[in-house]
Design a protein around this ligand. Structure first.
Ligand SMILES: C[S@@+](CC[C@H](N)C(=O)[O-])C[C@H]1O[C@@H](n2cnc3c(N)ncnc32)[C@H](O)[C@@H]1O
Length: 317
């Protein structure tokens, strides 16, 4: 049996492509805003001599594995248990003003997804938790389903899961609550969705997949913090510094794409407005006109890579 090490708990996605776009420079300082199991961080540290790396993750367990993996780089690596929404505070704590590059590989790691008790997957029966930062006192997915109204649950599943049948699913979740059987576990949620929308075992995708995605995004406020992170991540770059982001669903990718466009000078104001009010300004050059995606070899070996999209930009002076 394989030993549980960072290398075999999560396969880094678009690894070579992200290093090619980030172009680590000798002696440069880089931020891996989603350290995870340290795969991208290790590649950044190996890409050029004397690179220094600041790793951020909100998951203590992942940090433990990454620390072990990156121990050989000694003082060249500094690791912070934090949310990347706090990137500016983290850099201030590290005594660093500007960096040469920032990378974010969004979403959950395989370590989180494959650890049943974290509650991210209906492949295991476990409490419906889904917090990436298991030490925080933010609400779990089960708590959200217990406290939100039927309409709020439906809106959340529609908006973050792009689930057409969100109203039917929300109705059933709230009905379970009303009869004194609130949905508290991954299996109960999967079954509730199956009953609400029907389930044909031949379906390629389980009907609860989108609902699980929606709840995970809501619990971790994944989309709410992304726009500010793109701006802050670019703010902390030196001139000619590079910013690269890997996303895993269209909602995230849209936020990154639109913010890159805005920061590269494209105006999103309605046509007849006399003066731009959307904040468009030319601060970056986009390096990826189209997002970089995984090749067949990677998607065959790692199905998670199928939905990955990598975008990058360069900070102008
Ligand atoms: C896809 S994994 C990163 C894997 C990593 N690139 C590697 O090669 O091992 C995403 C990681 O980002 C962390 N993460 C996601 N959103 C975060 C946020 N807002 N702040 C800090 N960490 C976050 C998750 O806890 C997870 O460990």
């Amino acid at each position: 049996m394989l030993k549980n090490s960072a290398e075999n708990l999560h396969r880094s996605v678009l690894l070579e492509e992200s290093i090619r776009l980030l172009q680590p420079e000798a002696g440069g300082v880089y931020v891996d805003a989603t350290l995870g199991l340290g795969g991208h961080s290790e590649a950044i540290l190996e890409a050029a001599p004397d690179v220094r790396l600041i790793g951020i993750d909100q998951d203590f367990e992942a940090i433990g594995y990454a620390k072990e993996r990156l121990a050989k780089y000694g003082e060249r690596v500094l690791i912070f248990h934090s949310n990347f929404a706090e990137i500016k505070t983290v850099l201030a704590e590290a005594g660093i003003e500007k960096v040469n590059g920032v990378l974010a590989d969004l979403g959950v790691s395989s370590l989180q997804f494959d650890t049943g008790e974290r509650g991210f997957s209906f492949r295991f029966d476990a409490p419906l938790d889904m917090r990436m930062d298991a030490d925080s006192d933010t609400e779990t997915a089960a708590e959200l389903l217990e406290t939100l109204s039927e309409e709020e649950i439906a809106d959340l599943i529609y908006k973050y899961g792009e689930e057409r049948l969100s109203r039917r699913i929300a109705r059933r979740i709230v009905w379970k609550r009303e009869i004194g059987e609130p949905v508290k576990t991954t299996r109960e949620l999967a079954e509730t969705v199956e009953k609400a929308v029907g389930y044909n075992k031949k379906d390629k995708i389980h009907p609860a997949t989108k609902t699980f995605q929606a709840l995970r995004i809501a619990v971790n406020r994944e989309l709410e913090i992304l726009e500010d992170f793109v701006r802050d991540g670019i703010d902390v770059l030196k001139t000619n510094g590079r910013f690269a982001v890997i996303t895993f669903h269209s909602l995230e990718d849209r936020i990154v794409k639109q913010n890159f466009q805005k920061l590269s000078g494209k105006c999103f104001c309605p046509p007849r407005i006399p003066q731009c009010v959307c904040g468009a300004e030319k601060r970056i050059e986009i390096l990826t006109r189209k997002p970089v995606i995984s090749g067949e070899a990677e998607t065959t070996e790692n199905p998670r890579a199928r939905s990955a999209k990598l975008r990058a930009c360069l900070k102008l002076s």
